[in-house]
Every structure is written in C-alpha cells, then in structure tokens.
Design a binder for this molecule. Structure first.
Ligand SMILES: Cc1cc2nc3c(=O)[nH]c(=O)nc-3n(C[C@H](O)[C@H](O)[C@H](O)COP(=O)(O)O)c2cc1C
Length: 143
C-alpha cells in the first residue's frame, strides 16, 4: 500500500460547445474520486492557458506543468474527430515532456459512432508513447 494517495487527474480533451465527452469525463472523475487512496482533479482543456501562435515546451503553462509533475498517472477523455484527436488536446499535451516520463495514461475514447472512440485511441497511442507515457486503453460509445 502506498503511504500517500495517488494523484490521477482527469483531462477532458475537447473545448467544443455542447461537447458530450464532458459527460464521460465527469463520470470518470466521479468514479476516480470515489476510490480509496486516490486524489483527482478535473482538468478542462478549454481552461488551460495556451498561446495559439507557438507550440511545445517553450509555451509551457506553469499550472498545467505543475499538475502533470504532481500526477502519478493521467486519464485523458477525448472525443474522436475525423478518426483523430482534437487539435487543442494535442496542443496542450505538447507543452510538457519530462513531466510525463514513465507515468501511466488511461485513454478513454468517446464517440457517437459504432466504433466508439476506437480510432482516436489508435491515433493517440504513438503520441502518448513519444511523450514518454505508458498507455492503458478504454473506449466509450455514447447512446
Ligand atoms: C469535427 C467532428 C468530427 C467527428 N468525427 C467523428 C469520427 O471520426 N468518428 C465518430 O465516431 N464520431 C465523430 N464525431 C462525432 C463525435 O463522436 C460526437 O460529437 C460525440 O458526441 C463526441 O464528441 P463531443 O464531445 O464533441 O460531443 C465527430 C464530431 C465532430 C464535431
């Protein structure tokens, strides 16, 4: 048993108005919050301060960097957009690097389609591995 609670933030990966993925992310958040020995925080990609005229570590947001540094693992809840991931999620993830290394990431792909998020998970795998994260997969089909 760990001598402190694990910190596992839930990251909602889309800023779209009316995003239904928020329901899945809130569900994941409540489930995580209810687990003994785990602390969590809800992170909305729409609220992470980000420049749009730059990319990568040079535009790192100190708050998001500190959150990922503190995290033992991450859960990313993301919709599937044209078989890929939202650009804003990638833009946010790219701001950190060392903060991720050898931490576990759970990917929860969300879609209204029959393959419910499968392809966004597939698309995110190489990204997560390049960032140094270790992947765990889950898919969620909205009804
Ligand atoms: C730009 C865009 C592209 C989409 N592409 C796909 C897709 O490739 N496959 C799929 O199953 N659903 C696709 N969807 C539908 C989403 O799965 C659906 O909107 C679902 O509610 C999750 O996204 P949301 O959180 O933005 O609501 C797309 C939606 C948008 C807005």
């Amino acid at each position: 048993m760990a001598d402190r609670a694990l910190f596992i933030p839930i990251i909602l990966g889309t800023a779209r108005k009316g995003r239904r993925s928020e329901n899945a992310a809130r569900f994941m958040f409540e489930q995580t919050k209810g687990r003994a020995g785990v602390e969590t925080e809800f992170v909305d990609v729409a609220k992470i301060p980000m420049r749009l005229d730059d990319a990568g570590e040079q535009m790192k947001d100190p708050g998001f960097s500190a959150l990922v540094t503190r995290a033992d693992a991450l859960v990313v809840v993301t919709p599937e957009y044209n078989h890929g991931y939202p650009g804003l999620l990638k833009h946010a993830l790219d701001m950190n690097l060392d903060e991720y290394v050898h931490k576990a990431v759970g990917i929860c792909g969300v879609s209204a389609g029959g393959f419910g998020g499968t392809r966004v998970i597939e698309a995110l795998l190489p990204v997560m591995r390049e960032l140094g994260l270790v992947t765990i997969l889950h898919r969620c089909e909205l009804r």
